[in-house]
Write a protein that binds this ligand. Structure first.
Ligand SMILES: [Zn+2]
Length: 309
C-alpha cells in the first residue's frame, strides 16, 4: 500500500493528473493505475475525474491571486478558502539564493502546508580562495549540495532539483528554456519564485529571463514537444538577492519566520566565511519591514499576476 500513499501524495503535489501520468511516473500498468486510483478515491484521498484524478484539496480550491501591496501572515498564503495545499516552485541560480532571496516566504508556505520544490541551477563549483577555507571545485560542489540539503530541511522543502550548470557562466539557451517549461509542467506550481530582472549577477538575470519566458510557454497546450501537458501558473514573485528591487509591489510579512530563515542561511557555512549573508539579509528584510510601517521584517518582491497565456 506504500505505492498508493505515494500516488496520493504525488497527486496532491500535482493537483490534477491523467492515468497516463500515473502509469509513466510510477512505471505501472493502466489496470494497476486504475485499481490504485479507485482505492484512493474510495478512501476519500483523491477524486476521480474523466481520464485521471485530482487532489481533493485542489478540487475545492479557488485560485486566489494575491494582488495587494501588503500581505499579512494570516491572510497571505491563504491556500484557498479551505486551506488547500499548493505547489510552489523556486528557481535559485546558486545554492543559498533560495534562503537569502525568499527563505521567509518559503518558510511561510511550508508552515501552511504548501509543497515547495527548489530548482538549483548551478552545480556549485565556484570553489573558494578564502585563506583557511580554500576549496577546489569538486569539494565546493559536494559541500554546497550537502549544505543545501540541510537548509532545505530547515525550510521544509520537499524536493530539490539540480541542473548542474556552470557557476558564473550561465546563458539563456532554447534547451534551458525547454527545461524550465518541463519543470513547470511537471511540478504544476501555483506560484513561481525567481530572481528579479535587474540583479547585478548575470546568472540571476539569466534565471529571471528564463522564468519570464517559460511561464507563458508552460501554458501553451498546443506544443506537445515542450511537454505532454500545459500548466497555467497563477503568479510569479521575483525576489531580490544582490540588488535591491527599486519598486516592489508585494511585501510579505516574514516576522514569525525570521529565525527559520536565518537558520537556513546559516547552513551554508562555506559561504558565510566569504560574505555575512545572514546579517545582510536580516538588514534588508528589516529595512523592507520598517518602510511598510507595519511589519518588523518583510521580504519584498515584484509580483506578476499571470494573465497572459
Ligand atoms: Zn546567486
Amino acid at each position: 500500500m506504500q505505492r498508493q500513499e505515494q500516488i496520493a501524495d504525488w497527486i496532491d503535489l500535482n493537483r490534477r493528473v491523467t492515468i497516463t501520468d500515473v502509469c509513466r511516473y510510477f512505471s505501472i500498468s493502466v489496470a494497476t493505475a486504475r485499481r490504485d486510483l479507485q482505492a484512493l478515491s474510495e478512501q476519500g484521498r483523491i477524486r476521480r475525474v474523466h481520464g485521471g484524478a485530482v487532489s481533493v484539496q485542489s478540487a475545492i480550491e479557488q485560485p486566489q491571486i494575491v494582488n495587494r501591496m501588503f500581505d499579512t501572515a494570516e491572510q497571505a498564503e491563504g491556500n484557498g478558502p479551505n486551506g488547500a495545499r499548493r505547489s510552489i516552485l523556486v528557481f535559485a541560480p546558486h545554492f543559498d539564493d533560495e534562503a537569502i532571496g525568499c527563505g521567509g516566504a518559503i518558510a511561510r508556505h511550508t508552515a501552511k502546508g504548501d509543497r515547495v520544490v527548489v530548482v538549483f541551477m548551478s552545480r556549485g563549483d565556484s570553489g573558494s580562495t578564502v585563506p583557511g577555507h580554500e576549496m577546489d571545485p569538486k569539494t565546493s560542489e559536494r559541500t554546497l549540495k550537502a549544505e543545501a540539503e540541510k537548509a532545505g530541511q530547515v525550510l521544509g522543502i520537499v524536493r530539490q532539483v539540480y541542473l548542474d550548470l556552470d557557476d558564473g557562466f550561465m546563458g539563456w539557451t532554447p534547451d534551458l528554456l525547454r527545461e524550465f517549461v518541463r519543470l513547470i509542467n511537471r511540478y504544476r506550481p501555483s506560484i513561481v519564485y525567481a530572481p528579479h530582472a535587474d540583479e547585478s549577477h548575470s546568472d540571476h538575470r539569466v534565471a529571471s529571463q528564463l522564468v519570464s519566458d517559460a511561464v507563458p510557454r508552460a501554458g501553451w497546450g498546443a506544443f506537445p514537444t515542450l511537454a505532454d501537458r500545459a500548466w497555467a501558473v497563477e503568479e510569479v514573485r521575483y525576489y531580490e538577492m544582490w540588488t535591491p528591487i527599486q519598486r516592489p509591489n508585494l511585501y510579505l510579512d516574514i516576522t514569525p519566520y525570521v529565525e527559520t530563515k536565518l537558520a537556513a542561511i546559516r547552513q551554508y557555512a562555506s559561504q558565510l566565511v566569504m560574505v555575512p549573508y545572514d546579517d545582510g539579509s536580516l538588514g534588508l528584510n528589516r529595512f523592507r519591514g520598517a518602510t511598510t510601517a507595519r511589519f518588523q521584517y518583510a521580504e519584498a518582491f515584484i509580483q506578476w499576476a499571470v494573465t497572459t497565456r
